[in-house]
Unconditional design. Structure first.
Length: 427
């Protein structure tokens, strides 16, 4: 892999990290215009104002925030009627959450859901073909505009002048897609959808449907309950009218099931409209339904791809470590010397010591020791930095041993002492 390719990979990686930092931090903005609909957010598209409204409306019970699965949060064994409220761009529910919410409503409770994408897995149970065979649930329709007019149907809640809602973002008034219910979902059958509110006097955006002993209230315009709309008096009045359909009892606010509109639509499209079988939920589907987990998943994939690209660089074969050459001749002589010592052959042992000495001098000082004459003594004394007397003792005893036929134990001991002193003090 050449340097240019490495620079490109590093540049792409840095770019990804900078993009992620900008997406997560969002510093430098006066307001965050993302449609989060979080109840603790005071940003334009948070829902702190409507949460306060519901808290006042449901006193003394106030709100109970759901931050975990519905199975562990929604109470089913109750003597009074309770409410469930969800507001967000999109909604995702596991099979267990859907089952628990259905049981909650079936016991006479109410569920209010306001989002642009209502889960198909939920509508499968609460709406099928209530009017005719051509009205199976196929999701919400939408159209693009910068402004809509909203009103309620009930006479005591209906306003003489429609409430005008403009979609506002960081650039000012802008267009967006407004969701609504197709008219084919409504008929005279009381078990089907019943109209509660309209958009532009012709499109239904608020409806109710019964389920066993309770009701589902479905609203397709979540931005109507955002902080930016609550700042207008007419918007505040409209929101109060919508929630007047719910009894002033204990209310569960769902912060757990909220996902982005894009994620909700992706999950909505996993089945074709005509397929009435529910698909099983996989771990990856849950990961993609949670924005933080989605970013973590994409970052993991990018890191794995970067690792594979870097691994394409050719790697040099590992060079084995070679052991240094050993002087086996010295080991052989030492072994033979120990053998002669055990046999009390002192002369042969001394001769072996002489050979070891000559080998040592030849390897360490590069001196030929075959003829240990006066020239040899002077050169060795100079290189070993030792006195001539010490070397002369070794040479004299070596010559005596070579010329004799018997060597006593004392002679062996003295010769060994002289050689040992040489090895210790020689440089």
């Amino acid at each position: 892999m050449d340097n240019k390719r490495i620079y490109i990979i590093v540049g792409v990686t840095v770019g990804i990290l900078v993009l992620l930092a900008l997406l997560f931090n969002g510093e430098g903005k006066k307001n965050d215009w993302k449609e989060t609909y979080k109840m603790d957010s005071k940003e334009p598209y948070g829902t702190s104002i409507i949460a306060d409204l519901l808290t006042d409306y449901t006193q003394p019970e106030a709100l109970t925030v759901i931050s975990d699965s519905l199975g562990s949060s929604l109470a089913l064994d109750t003597d009074s009627t309770h409410n469930y409220v969800f507001i967000g761009q999109g909604m995702h529910m596991s099979a267990s959450d859907v089952s628990h919410l259905l049981d909650f409503v079936a016991k006479g409770n109410n569920a209010f859901i306001s989002c642009k994408v209502i889960p198909y897995d939920l509508m499968f149970y609460i709406y099928y073909e209530e009017c005719d065979s051509n009205s199976i649930w196929n999701g919400l329709d939408s159209y693009s505009d910068s402004m809509v007019q909203l009103n309620l149907r009930h006479e005591s809640l209906r306003s003489e002048q429609p409430l005008i809602y403009k979609y506002v973002n960081a650039q000012g008034v802008n267009t967006q897609y407004w969701s609504y219910f197709d008219s084919i979902y409504f008929c005279e059958d009381q078990s089907g959808l019943i109209e509660l509110g309209r958009m532009n006097d012709s499109l239904i955006n608020f409806a109710r449907i019964s389920y066993s002993e309770g009701y589902f209230y479905l609203h397709s315009t979540p931005s109507a309950f955002s902080n930016v709309q609550m700042l207008d008096e007419t918007g505040y009045t409209y929101a109060k009218g919508v929630f007047a359909h719910l009894p002033p009892e204990k209310t569960y606010w769902d912060e757990y099931s909220r996902v982005s509109e894009r994620t909700a639509r992706m999950l909505q499209n996993r089945n074709s409209p005509g397929d009435r079988t529910l698909s099983s939920e996989s771990p990856l589907q849950y990961i993609l339904s949670q924005p933080p987990l989605t970013w973590a998943w994409y970052l993991l994939l990018a890191t794995g791809l970067l690792y594979l690209l870097l691994r394409t660089k050719r790697r040099q074969r590992i060079i084995p470590v070679l052991e240094s050459n050993k002087n086996t001749s010295l080991e052989f002589l030492s072994t033979i010397g120990r053998l002669y010592y055990l046999q009390n052959n002192h002369r042969q042992l001394c001769l072996q010591k002489i050979k070891l000495f000559q080998t040592h001098v030849r390897h360490r000082y590069q001196l030929q020791s075959r003829e240990m004459d006066q020239s040899f003594i002077e050169k060795l004394a100079l290189k070993a930095e030792i006195s001539k007397q010490e070397i002369e003792k070794i040479v004299t005893m070596s010559n005596n041993i070579n010329n004799s036929t018997f060597v006593s134990e004392n002679t062996l001991t003295n010769f060994h002492s002289i050689l040992d002193r040489f090895y210790k003090i020689a440089k």
